[in-house]
Design a protein around this ligand. Sequence first.
Ligand code: SF4
Length: 362
Amino acid sequence: MSALYVHIPFCQHICSYCDFCKVFYNEKWAWQYLEALSFEINEKSLQTDYDTIYIGGGTPTALSYEQLKSLFELLKSYASQVKEYTIEINPETMDKEKLQLCVNYGVNRLSVGIQTFHDHLLKNIGRVHTSKQAISFIKEAQQLGIQDINVDLMYGLPQQTFEDVKEDIAVLAQLDVGHVSYYSLILEDHTFLKNQHYQPLDDEEDARWYAYIRQELKRQGYHQYEVSNYYRYKPSLHNLVYWHYHDYDGIGVSAHALKQSHRYENTKSLTRYFQHQYLEEDIELSRQDQLFEKIMMGLRLNQGINIQDINQLYDIDFEKQYHHVIERYQNMKLLEIDNGFLRTTELGMNYLNTILIDFLDD
Ligand code: SF4
């Protein structure tokens, strides 16, 4: 599976928890950005037959209709074989024309940033759409024939109660979307919420809300396949490339690529990107780095890590090399080996970070 990520850093508003690479939308900068993106594309020898393309941000749909069209034109020759073509959307930036444009250029998956269906909570985190806007956007997209829709939701938001989460899930049940990403709010450094000293949920509460979300989504027919991701019809093929630790390409400011044991990290500076100095770092990953990253990504998946695969890839005896940590967490019922896969148990997913630290130290 081959994958291309495209980063569009513009947003029409800035959310209080956000640490992504983004700037306020500015028409002139957006054109300049598309020119710089075209430069990067032309300078790199990208393959022309990606299985998945994912346009993320920022808010890609903050671009104007004409800019969005230029972006799709830039990507057209790389999308001829694409199976999954996703664009991230914020409801307030969309209209019928832009949606039709996406469809015309072969986009077949939408990832919609909703976060919650409560307007007062949306305001608290700096989002500018309303619940009504989000719901009507999803219905409009479904009417246009787009069936593969992901909804991003969050829990642990300022002033959000457990009841609010229950209500969000009840609204979700009415929408018949095929995929849900349900994240716990993480307080990143240098974000507005962090600077305001917002206190997130404690571990116990987080685990209680998380358990409820998993159980309710399961009841609604969703299959959990990753810590925060659930699908009814199909998983995100693009994100599976990351979690399976396969190579991928990435273009745009702050984008990463993984190619033949190297991670390429693009600059986060828009100024440098405009000057066509897109590459910030080329990191050669040691075998140990790769092995750990493979474990880190694989344990996020419900399916877990294929032990035979990892043995062949890194020429090791995985179970022997990590027997201390595997046995410790097996005894605590946080890890299990089943059918040749090492995976976290339902309870173990709550302790994934701790488990990973032990893999790193072992
Ligand atoms: S819309 Fe997305 S990228 Fe933009 S500020 Fe909000 S969370 Fe960050």
